[in-house]
Design a binder for this molecule. Sequence first.
Ligand code: ADP
Ligand code: ASP
Ligand code: MG
Length: 411
Amino acid sequence: MKFGGTSVGSIEKIKRVATRIIKKKKAGHDLIVVVSAMGKMTDQLVEMAHALSQRPSKREMDMLLATGEQQTMSLLAMHLIQEKVDAISMTGWQAGIVTETSHGNARIETIETFPIKTQLENGKVVIVAGFQGVTEGEAITTLGRGGSDTSAVALAAAFKAELCEIYTDVDGVYTTDPRYVSKARKLSELSYDEMLEMANLGAGVLHPRSVENAKKYKVPLVVRSSFNEDPGTIIKEEPSLEKGQAVSGLAFEKEVSKITLLGLPNQLQTLSTVFKVLAEAGVNVDIIIQNAMNELTTSISFTIHTSSLSDTLDVLNLNQSTLQFNEINVESDLAKVSIIGSGMVSNPGVAADMFEVMTRNKVKIKMVSTSEIKVSTVIPVDDLHVSLEALHEAFHLDQPVSELGVTPGPK
Ligand code: ADP
Ligand code: ASP
Ligand code: MG
């Protein structure tokens, strides 16, 4: 069982979570419980760090952020013990969660199961701090924002758990973020691949790496509310209920910037030179387009997260003489909207339907990228809301496919 920040945001909420745990324990289950930091604690810790340093040491940042989860785990364990449930809390390193060294965004490499196994054999409910691990060199690491989901799935895989339940503040995975689209509908089932695309394309409900691991190790995954008994959304290999739906969800990212390099030499190696420079500087590039302008020159456009805009521009300007561009154009205030669905593979024309909806709503599409099960468009952020509402409606996402009886096209 994994409980996210909002589910453990106060002492009262921690008590409610404990009630759920006690019920499960009494039903005869062995339990590993993963917790996040309380409410906005991680944000507050980040803010404190930035009040002291513009670029805080990454090692020290991980030390600091790891304390958020430690508060929750000990409070929860204390309360369970008070309620006469045998419980013990463990940090990531005590729980044997070994990661690679990259601070702030570390991947889990292995889990040494011995420490938790011993406690489970003693009949204890084991409460583990999510989002953190330790390197071979004994440095504390964190797994990237939202990473407690990944801790939970990795533990479920390592212990071959019957089920990994992600408890959060919504009833499950919706067709799109229910905070943005009022008609968003909860999905009862979803495939790993669809969920992976949704998570990678911005649906913050699950950390992308948690879905990656769930798929790889076939972990049965459920996303459900910590506040009610709704069964939530099951994520598994093949969805059965929503099959036939070309589009099963929408995802979006808000802080997108587009950079265009004009007047680059039109040579074989231009693309590789540009993106090597960016990769070496650790810039995460998303959609890329190249346009030959004439025989001599070419232009390249790409998108990045707006938070890395100034770093990216610094890198490009520093390497101007190697890259030989004439001019840089920047467009900020963009968003990326994606439609996702495994039914797309067998439904040609879904991308065309999407473009038609956008055209009808006078939304200017700046860039496009596709895969077998998604189409992403980059648009002005001011048009995000209208696009989400229109696409949700056009692809009939507010109605379950069983009520439609046919594969829906756009209205
Ligand atoms: P937790 O603290 O439990 O980890 P998060 O805030 O990380 O919770 O994730 C839950 C939030 O994810 C929801 O409140 C919702 O606004 C957002 N979200 C984004 N996309 C979706 C989606 N497709 N389905 C459900 N929730 C979504
Ligand atoms: N507390 C961490 C965060 O806010 C990890 C998590 O919640 O999953 O990002
Ligand atoms: Mg989360």
